[in-house]
Every structure is written in structure tokens, then in C-alpha cells.
Design a protein around this ligand. Sequence first.
Ligand SMILES: NC(=O)c1ccc[n+]([C@@H]2O[C@H](COP(=O)([O-])OP(=O)(O)OC[C@H]3O[C@@H](n4cnc5c(N)ncnc54)[C@H](OP(=O)(O)O)[C@@H]3O)[C@@H](O)[C@H]2O)c1
Length: 270
Amino acid sequence: MPDRYLVVGHPVAHSKSPFIHAAFARQTGQSLSYDRLDLAPDDFESGLADFFALGGAGCNITVPYKERAAGFANRLTERAAFAGAVNTLWLGDEGLVGDNTDGVGLVRDLKRHLALRDRRVLLLGAGGAARGVLAPLLAEQPAQLVIANRSADKAAALAELAAGLGRVESCAYEALDGDFDLVINATSASLAGETLPLPEALFSQGGLAYDMMYGQAPTAFLRQAEQLGAAVRLDGLGMLVEQAAEAFRLWRGVQPDTAPVLLALRDSLG
Ligand SMILES: NC(=O)c1ccc[n+]([C@@H]2O[C@H](COP(=O)([O-])OP(=O)(O)OC[C@H]3O[C@@H](n4cnc5c(N)ncnc54)[C@H](OP(=O)(O)O)[C@@H]3O)[C@@H](O)[C@H]2O)c1
């Protein structure tokens, strides 16, 4: 029987992870199955325990369970401990290991378009996604990383958490000043089609706008970024494929080629 993997969330029917991992498995000749599992909030821990007790090899965790999964793992990797959230689990020698591959996924996708070293970076949002990518972004040694959030106190708390990792500061949207080479939207405002209160002169010449959200059409943030003069605009589909590739590498010991899978996934969105 092939090794079994899952993506666990609530809801999870929309997840593209089965498509991505099936493509990785075909490409690398790995024998595995990968399904979706929707667990209601009361069943999350028991459902996961059952899956691993019955021989499951590993799983991805998506909204709204990434923080709860961090509490469920027996051991966290350093990056998962910093993120306070887990999106990848597997059974290791010392029990369940929890990792977070979102940050490395974002950075790998970004680096296809822009070297991050010495750049001025603005991170919008201070929720789980922002926290998950903060350490890998700072590891690239940007000249400056500013976190802006609707609730400015949350941005300040995140900046304080990351203070030892690089040049990081925080502010409210109204206090944004100066221009940035890269602006990353890690808020969920685009989900509701909402734009953010951003100033006119936000992007430097050639500046890149990145929305972690993705879809068939440009997101509200990417449309706003176009009006603000962002030269390059990318959605989070590449991050999704890259975080999956890192999970696949951890599970199977093989690095898949992400480019053809991203193209196929983009096609499948229409
Ligand atoms: N591409 C990928 O692989 C990937 C991976 C992870 C996440 N994501 C995406 O990242 C986004 C954020 O996820 P999350 O888990 O961080 O969510 P979260 O923990 O709920 O945080 C939401 C963030 O969005 C802000 N926000 C929400 N609505 C807003 C609005 N109308 N105006 C301004 N700010 C608003 C919140 O600000 P307050 O603190 O003020 O409430 C908070 O900073 C989602 O769209 C998710 O799909 C993508």
C-alpha cells in the first residue's frame, strides 16, 4: 500500500494540495496517496491521532488549525516554534514532528523575481501568515523590514518578537512613510475584496507587490498595487507550490521541480 498523506482543515474542499502533491509524486516516481480531511473543531486532535495510529505517514495543516497543530506535535522545528504554527507534520523517531514551510515557500517564490538582500521590505498584516514568514524573510538580510497592521499593537508585538533577527520595525498604516522595493500583503483583506489604506508613494521604481492570496483574477490588493505603480505584481500561488515542495522534500527526501506544477495549477484555475 502506498504511503498515506493528507491535508487537514475546516473547510478543506477548496485545497489545491492534492493536485500539487499528486503532480510531485508523478514527476519524482514516488508511490503515495494524498487526500483531504475535513475535521470539525471538536475532532481535530482525535482525528489526527487516528490518522497516525492507522499508519498515516504525514499531513499538511491548513486554516484554521495551524496553531493547534503546533500544540499537537511532540517536537517543533526551530522555524515552526518561532512561527507558533505548523503546516507540515510527520512521524519521526521521537514522535510527531511539526514544521512550518510557509516562510521558505514565500522566500523561494520571491527570489525568482527579486534578490531580497539590502531591499526595503514592507509586510502588511500581523496574523499567523505574517508571523510564519517573518524569520525566513529576515534571514535574507533586507535593508529594512517594516510591519504595518490595522491593529498597530499586533504589528509592534511581532516586531518585538523578531527584534534579534534583523532590522525590523512596525507602524500603523497611517504612519507609513517612504517607498519600498517589495510590499507583501499578508492580511486577509483581499479575501473580502477590500483594499488597504496605503499611501500614494508606496513603491520604489521597479517595486514588487506580492499578495499571499491567489485566485483566477488579480486580487483587490494587486489591483490597488497596480494603481500605486507597482511594476511587478504576483499572487501567492507560487508560495503555495513552494511550501508544498518543501513539505514533499521533508517527507520523501526528494526535491520536486516546482515550475511545471505551478504552470499546471495556474492553468487549472482557468
Ligand atoms: N499562499 C499561501 O500559501 C498562503 C499561506 C498562508 C496564508 N495565506 C493567506 O494569507 C492571508 C492571511 O492569513 P492569516 O492566517 O495570517 O490570517 P489571520 O491570522 O486571521 O490574520 C489576518 C490579518 O489580516 C488583517 N486584516 C483582515 N481583514 C482586514 C481588513 N479588512 N483590512 C486590513 N487588515 C485586515 C488582520 O488585521 P488585524 O490584526 O487588525 O485584525 C490580520 O493582520 C490569507 O489571505 C491567507 O489565505 C496564503
